[in-house]
Design a protein around this ligand. Structure first.
Ligand code: 2P0
Length: 358
């Protein structure tokens, strides 16, 4: 598939209607950090799709007479939210060439998250994915012949243009985004479900998100990605991501949790190392992030329970572990880790399957 395959030319034959989709957040195991023009990733990444942290978006559309500009209202939890509008406007402009029919409609986008606003959990992945699913439902209504494969590929393609990681929140439990020599069908343009059988060790894999710092992001992801241009270690990092993706593909097939832990924790620390070694430089962890990591390592050494951590571009910690140790790990988290969380807050999540039409 190339970009041109995603250009739609369907007349806007429907007067009005509405759709509603939920889309989950995702947590990267091999991280996307650095991008080229047009939201093309500098390296391939892979993520677990989450289940409970999600955005629910309703899109209502009504034909209008003036078609020169985009026209939309943006509601967050039912109330107008002006400060979200510029991001949506930019997104619509980016996808205009692929979805020209959108200018024929007035759109009402009504969106909400299942996780607390400003929890430090990025809503851009789930938000852009949920909006893209709705847009594709509209496109499918205009073009009922569309195949299911195309529907999901283009939804992921559009989501990527909104926010890179959003393309991994469309379909599948383990999603790869970015060309990788050993993963058939992988693409820089959209995410694809890892096309191999995942070992049972990863069924219902748990992700408990410890909210260490719920404040505004210190560095936007756009700025962060940008810092990989002219970064002294960029080329080595991009090569390493390809190697780690090869290795984790094998791990996901064989169920080797020891190797899983090594790759996932190393990826998280590498992401943060890139931020510490860029110019300007940033430390995105907080003291409590390090306390939690040390507690996790101590617990793992003492119990041999295969729990590990990963991080996004912030201070919160994602604690990953298999379902069969859930009770023990949750007790450990409550006893030893919640004291390091802001107001003791955490979110229990589990690997999910992607977007759902409601
Ligand atoms: C990831 N992150 O793979 C990496 C790891 C955060 C840490 O993708 O500029 O919001 O919208 O394409 O997707 C966060 O960056 O960036 C991110 P844009 P995005 O999940």
């Amino acid at each position: 598939m190339s970009e041109k395959d995603f250009i739609a030319n369907h007349p806007a034959t429907i007067e009005n209607g509405n759709f509603q989709w939920s889309a989950p957040s995702n947590i990267a195991l091999v991280k996307y950090w650095g991008k080229k023009a047009n939201q093309i990733p500098a390296n391939p990444s892979i993520s677990f799709t989450l289940n409970n942290c999600k955005t629910i978006t309703k899109l209502a559309f009504a034909k209008k007479t003036e078609t020169g500009n985009f026209s939309f209202d943006l509601l967050f939890e039912g109330k107008p939210k002006e400060d979200f509008k510029p991001k949506i406007q930019k997104f619509l402009e980016r996808i205009e060439v692929y979805c020209p029919y959108l200018k024929q409609y007035h759109l009402t986008i009504d969106t909400e998250n299942t996780f607390p606003h400003s929890s430090g959990i990025a809503s851009s992945a789930s938000g852009m994915a949920a909006l893209s699913m709705n847009i594709m439902s509209l496109e499918k209504a205009l073009n009922p012949e569309m195949s299911e494969e195309y529907f999901y590929q283009k939804a992921s393609f559009l989501a990527r243009l909104g926010s890179g990681s959003a393309c991994r929140s469309v379909k599948g439990s383990v999603v790869v985004w970015g060309n990788h020599a050993e993963i058939e069908g992988s693409s820089d343009l959209f995410g694809v479900a890892l096309p191999t059988k995942i070992h049972d060790n990863f069924s219902n894999y748990q992700d408990t998100i410890l909210l260490v710092d719920k404040g505004e992001k210190q560095v936007s992801s756009t700025v962060g990605h940008d810092l990989m241009h002219n970064h002294p270690f960029a080329e080595q990092r991009f090569a390493q991501a390809h190697e780690n993706l090869s290795a984790i593909k094998t791990v996901l097939e064989t169920g080797n949790l020891e190797d899983f832990i090594k790759i996932v924790e190393s990826e998280a620390l590498t992401l943060h190392t890139m931020m510490m070694t860029s110019m300007p430089y940033f430390i995105l962890m907080k003291p409590n992030t390090l306390e939690i990591i040390n507690r996790i390592w101590k617990f793992r050494n003492e119990t041999n329970i295969p729990i590990c951590f990963t991080l996004d571009a912030g201070a919160n910690v994602h604690v990953l572990y298999p379902e069969n140790v859930r009770a023990t790990v949750l007790q450990f988290i409550k006893d030893e880790l919640l004291g390091y969380c802001q107001n003791g807050q955490y979110i229990c999540d589990v690997i999910g399957t992607g977007s759902i039409q409601l």
